[in-house]
Write a protein that binds this ligand. Structure first.
Ligand code: NAP
Length: 304
């Protein structure tokens, strides 16, 4: 039995998946919920339900508000990128010096913002290829087996063994920024186009010239941002991903389909902000960004 407790902020798709697996492995877990109303709804539901491999398990994990007073030594920040900074700010008074904080957010930008508010903690970024979705509130389905890459430039922490013991495929990497940039670049090539064309990933195979132009600009950006390894043949990797996930709708497409806010600011928006910072002209990416923002605006969705 662990001597420490993981606090999991965000009982959404990934947060619930992590929380239930940790609990199943005997690691103490508490959920952090955003309001008294959400806490009441959670209590009425009787806990989290995790569906995986044809079985559904019920996990009545303890839950509390962000404003509770229990100090936090291990935190899994499992909200969307646009909610991460505010959550970190709200939790800062509870986070102990030297606390371990895992950042599950996709894209780039939110990790830096969180680190500013949790300077007393060790913030570790995670790049995840796991898949989960919420069937309903407090009911999560594990959609696909994947891998989590973790790192902060330092040595691997001892608790990594506990993640693996809980069946959370975890690998410590020396250069997590390179992985996050590579994933961001692939995402910038695929996701906005799937939204604008209203298609599954596989249909992008018919848009080779557009993808080639976008990838060439993304490679330039990666070089200017000091990430040359992440730029290694990007187009070939994008084509591989398109083929491997041909039947899937991208996460951004799914968000738009559900009329939910996208993580655009931490993906294509972040890429454009960095291009601006480096005074780099990337006309195809800029046009894609403008078109995507126009599309979101027309649907009444936030453009950031
Ligand atoms: P999600 O299902 O929308 O869950 C996010 C959760 O965060 C929601 O339950 C939300 O609460 C909660 N939250 C937001 N602000 C909060 C606050 N201040 N206090 C407490 N809870 C708060 O999102 P997700 O799909 O798990 O994605 C999380 C991150 O992982 C994203 O960056 C995503 O891109 C990345 N990711 C996801 C997957 C996947 O398969 N789902 C795969 C790879 C990466 P409410 O329910 O109250 O709104």
């Amino acid at each position: 039995m662990s001597t420490y407790r993981w606090h999991v902020l965000g009982a959404g798709s990934l947060g619930s998946l992590w929380a239930c697996r940790l609990a199943a492995a005997g690691v103490p877990v508490s959920l952090l919920l955003r309001s008294s109303q959400r806490l009441l709804q959670y209590q009425q539901a009787g806990g989290l339900a995790l569906q995986r491999a044809c079985t559904t398990e019920q996990w009545p994990l303890p839950a509390e508000l962000l404003s509770a007073e229990v100090p936090i030594s291990h935190l899994l920040l499992a909200c969307k990128a646009y909610d991460a900074e505010a959550a970190a700010l709200a939790l800062a008074p509870r986070v102990l010096p030297g606390a371990q904080v895992l950042l599950l957010q996709n894209g780039l930008g939110s990790q830096q913002a969180v680190r500013q508010h949790l300077a007393q903690a060790r913030c570790i970024a995670v790049s995840s290829t796991e898949g989960a979705f919420r069937q309903a509130d407090w009911q999560v389905v594990q959609a696909g087996v994947g891998q989590n890459w973790l790192g902060d430039g330092g040595e691997a922490p001892a608790w990594l063994a506990d993640l693996r013991a809980a069946g959370i495929a975890s690998q410590w990497v020396a250069n997590i920024d390179s992985r996050l940039w590579r994933k961001l670049a692939i995402n910038c090539a695929i996701n906005p186009l799937t939204v604008l064309l209203g298609c599954r990933n596989g249909e992008l195979a018919q848009h080779h010239a557009t993808l080639a132009t976008l990838c060439a600009e993304l490679e330039q950006l990666l070089h200017h941002c000091g990430q040359p390894p992440a730029a290694e043949p990007l187009l070939a990797e994008v084509q591989r991903v398109i083929q491997a996930t041909a039947a899937n709708y991208s996460s951004m497409h799914q968000d738009v389909q559900r009329r939910q806010r996208t993580e655009i600011s931490f993906l294509l928006g972040h890429a454009m902000a960095q291009a601006h910072r480096h005074r780099l002209r990337l006309p195809a990416l800029a046009a894609l960004h403008t078109r995507l923002q126009g599309h979101l605006r027309a649907l009444g969705l936030p453009v950031n």
